[in-house]
Every structure is written in structure tokens, then in C-alpha cells.
Design a protein around this ligand. Structure first.
Ligand code: MG
Length: 157
């Protein structure tokens, strides 16, 4: 077994869609970035690549590459999972935390778990997603951005 950790941050901006774990969430702002800026998928992708000693998401999908403009990050995650599968690994389990002051994410969590499990070719029982606020402190607390942490265990196939 191998363990990996991922962390990502994106800035909130008006006029952008908010997408977390492949779920579009109704909110007054969205996350800004080259792709769809799905901060949760990016942290999970980094955790998976990290566990396999395959660098990070920026190495696999450079933001200088126009083919990744507005990319669906669930598909990027799926591609990363295929890359680690080629090295002989499969996802054991994933635990992730989204850090956001607003909006309430609870109603969307089950669908996020389904999307991530599908992309990772694993059971939804192996994917846990949590959301927390930082009590009004720092950039997330001030509503300037969102962050996500993830850990992933990879197993030999
Ligand atoms: Mg990112």
C-alpha cells in the first residue's frame, strides 16, 4: 500500500460556475482557474499521483496547455487514475475535506462521492468527503477562495 496527500486552493470570482467533485453548486460566485477549477478533484488527483510517485496535477495537465482550458476535472482525475493503473496501482480509499465558508455543501456531498468513485474506478464506500468552514478566519473564512485537502491510499492491483 502507498499513501498520498493533496492540497489545492482556488480563488472565488463572480461570473464563474462553482463546481466541486463534478457537481455544479448554486452560488453567487465560482472558483477561478484554467480548468473548471474543481478544487476537490484537484486535491484528490494530487493525492493519487503523489501516492504513485507521479508528481502532481500540473505535471500531467499543464495550465499552459490550451487543451485543458475549462477542462472537466472529473475527467482529469479519471486520466490520472488510469495513469497510476498503468503503474500497477488501484485506489484503496480516499478521504477529503473541502474548506469553504459558504455555501452549505452537505446536500451535494453524496453526488460528489458518486462522481469521484466513478472516476476512480472504485466503490462509493471507498470515498469520503467532508466540508468544513474555518470559522470566518483567513481567505476561506473571508469568502475569497476555497481549499481542499485529500489523502489517498493506493493498493497493488
Ligand atoms: Mg487546482
Amino acid at each position: 500500500m502507498r499513501i498520498g496527500h493533496g492540497y489545492d486552493v482556488h480563488r472565488l470570482k463572480e461570473g464563474r460556475r462553482l463546481i466541486l467533485g463534478g457537481v455544479e453548486i448554486e452560488y453567487v460566485m465560482g472558483l477561478d482557474g484554467h480548468s473548471d477549477a474543481d478544487v476537490l478533484c484537484h486535491a484528490i488527483t494530487d493525492a493519487i499521483l503523489g501516492a504513485a510517485k507521479m508528481g502532481d496535477i500540473g505535471l500531467l495537465f499543464p495550465d499552459t496547455d490550451m487543451s485543458f482550458k475549462d477542462a472537466d476535472s472529473v475527467e482529469l482525475l479519471r486520466t490520472a487514475v488510469r495513469a497510476v493503473a498503468d503503474k500497477g496501482y488501484k485506489v484503496g480509499n480516499i478521504d477529503a475535506t473541502i474548506i469553504a465558508q459558504k455555501p452549505k455543501l452537505r446536500p451535494y456531498i453524496d453526488k460528489m462521492c458518486e462522481n469521484i468513485a466513478g472516476a476512480c474506478d472504485t466503490s462509493v464506500d471507498n470515498v469520503n468527503i467532508k466540508a468544513t468552514t474555518e470559522e470566518g478566519l483567513g481567505f476561506s473564512g473571508e469568502g475569497l477562495g476555497m481549499a481542499a485537502h485529500a489523502v489517498c491510499l493506493l493498493e497493488n492491483k
